[in-house]
Design a protein. Structure first.
Length: 115
């Protein structure tokens, strides 16, 4: 059974940083491309960062240069380092395989960027 547990979200001021973590289980982590997506109420879910099985990364233009995705094969975890945060980064952040996720999603972690 696929399990995805996101953590690390918080309230942060503009310009601040956060590191999100995603612990996974129930599938062969090493062979899947993984990604972080985000969703604000009333908006479509946006895929913001992906990392393939070999560790190559790609980013949405909205976060490129500010966010860094990484993965730890031993811990079966995915991370998202977010720097220079902006109010428009406010959303619930989810990890899943990329580009399309498993049917099962985690609860997400709330990131709020505000003064």
């Amino acid at each position: 059974q696929v399990q995805l547990v996101e953590s690390g979200g918080a309230l942060v001021q503009p310009g601040g940083s956060l590191r999100l973590s995603c612990a996974t289980s129930g599938f062969t982590f090493n062979i899947y491309n993984m990604g972080w997506s985000r969703q604000d109420p009333g908006k479509q879910r946006e895929l913001v960062a992906t990392i393939d099985a070999a560790g190559r990364t790609s980013y949405a233009s909205s976060v490129k240069g500010r966010f860094t995705i990484s993965r730890d094969y031993g811990k079966k975890s995915v991370y998202l380092q977010m720097n220079s945060l902006k109010p428009e980064d406010t959303a619930v952040y989810y990890c899943n395989k990329a580009p399309s996720g498993f049917d099962s999603w985690g609860q997400g972690t709330q990131v709020t960027v505000s003064v």
